[in-house]
Design a protein around this ligand. Structure first.
Ligand SMILES: Cc1ncc(COP(=O)(O)O)c(C=O)c1O
Length: 412
């Protein structure tokens, strides 16, 4: 427990825990209690806490350079990391810009799209979360709480509908959402004024909702038709979280720009955007940047993370554990009608409840009685999201399911 008397009040707290260290999927408090961490730094600690290879890469790099500013000189991990990302990212993406956080990278993506297309507007989707800087806030529609009291936000952001995952007729939900997008282009932002569309292939903060394939493919088609750039925000869904390196691979589409952060460097603050060389060439030199982007220790952490993920057993584990988790939750849903939907890809699993208060009670019970850390999501807080470190093992998933089962019973 902590009394954060000198810390800002602005941070909300999922738990009251004060922790001293972590290992794999476990964190230890300053009073020596162990907790199973299924929040993973909000889908960040992809290789688990303090993976020895990542820790070693950071420590070794710290002896060489902590910060080698990218405008002053180029350190020797920048090109190797960019080359690796060119191999991993879909399609013709071959050129990379680095920053430190998801919000910075989604902002950067929109700045790039505006300069390439010479158009002013951006389209986002209901339920979106792209970060907390002013432009990223303007692009975020998952909860009013993120925006309230911060107006005015930048203009030029338009919100199109996202298909409702709970709609009984999913084909109709997709057709309605695509109609909403077409309508937006006719009624509010003409194609020739629209620089980009930015979409999370699996809606994250908005409720762990994988985009229906027909929706994402319909959007990409429309973007191509109108010369609008398609940006995939894979800040949360990227780097193995959905059982493939990037969630767009589930859909067979190639974004014009891809945004990455969170899992890319196992928790070291690092973010990247990837695009095609011919688009990047239109980004005016010096018109974007940042003091710390491409940080040397971040690059070392990212390279080590990627090396770990390149073992085929890594993604096999994500898929096997995701299937185990979803099967376990579905089994419990048979006895607990308060669970209205189980969905997700890989280890990005959402459980929709009919009642937000029950989600709070369950997360509380899991924490206090099960020593399991879980978080919610969704505009109405009705989604329990499961985002363990991607190295989670079978026993740990079983432990989490047992704690969840006990919490369901105790809070009924
Ligand atoms: C899809 C997505 N984009 C952007 C962000 C913002 O990232 P950051 O908190 O690192 O600024 C998040 C954070 O949750 C996210 O989930």
């Amino acid at each position: 427990m902590t009394t954060s008397s000198h810390l800002s009040n602005v941070w909300f707290s999922v738990t009251p825990l004060e922790v001293s260290h972590g290992k794999g999927c476990w964190v230890t408090t300053t009073s020596g209690e162990e907790y199973l961490d299924f929040a993973a730094g909000i889908a960040v600690n992809s290789t688990g806490h303090a993976h020895p290879k990542v820790a070693e890469a950071i420590a070794t790099q710290a002896q060489r350079f902590i910060h080698a500013q990218v405008n002053v000189f180029r350190h020797d991990l920048l090109e190797p990391l960019a080359a690796k990302l060119a191999e991993l990212t879909p399609g013709a993406i071959d050129t990379f810009f680095f920053a430190n956080s998801g919000a910075e990278i989604t902002e950067g993506a929109v700045k790039l799209a505006k300069q390439v297309t010479k158009r002013p507007h951006t389209v986002v989707f209901s339920g979106s979360f792209h970060g907390r800087t002013h432009m990223a806030m303007a692009m975020t529609t998952s909860k009013t709480g993120y925006r309230a009291g911060h107006a005015p936000l930048p203009s030029g952001v338009f919100v199109a509908p996202y298909p409702d995952p709970m709609a009984p007729d999913q084909d109709k939900a997709v057709a309605d959402a695509l109609w909403g997008f077409d309508h937006l282009l006719k009624s509010m932002t003409a194609p020739e004024e629209t620089a980009c569309v930015i979409l999370e292939p699996v809606l994250g903060e908005g409720g762990y909702i994988p985009a229906p394939a027909a929706f994402i493919q319909g959007l990409v088609e429309r973007c191509r038709q109108h010369g609008i750039l398609f940006i995939a925000d894979e800040v949360q869904s990227g780097f193995g979280r959905t059982g493939k390196m990037f969630a767009v691979e589930h859909y067979g589409i190639e974004p014009d720009i891809i945004c990455m952060a969170k899992g890319i460097a196992s928790g070291f603050p690092f973010a990247a955007l990837g695009t095609r060389r011919e688009l990047d060439d239109k980004w005016t030199k010096g018109s974007h940047g940042g003091t710390y982007g491409g940080n040397a220790m971040g690059c070392a952490a990212a390279l080590a993370t990627i090396e770990i993920m390149e073992d085929p057993a890594f993604l096999d584990n994500v898929n096997a554990r995701g299937a185990q988790l979803q099967a376990g939750i579905r089994e419990l849903a048979k006895e607990h009608s308060v669970i209205t939907q189980v969905r997700g890809l890989g280890l990005m699993v959402g459980t929709e409840f009919s009642d937000a208060a029950r989600v709070s009670a369950i997360t509380q019970h899991c924490l206090e009685e099960g020593r399991l850390i879980l978080m919610n999501a969704g505009t109405y807080g009705k989604v329990l999201r499961w985002m363990p470190p991607l190295v989670v093992n079978e026993r740990e998933v079983d432990l989490a399911l047992a704690a969840f089962s006990a919490a369901l019973k105790a809070t009924a």
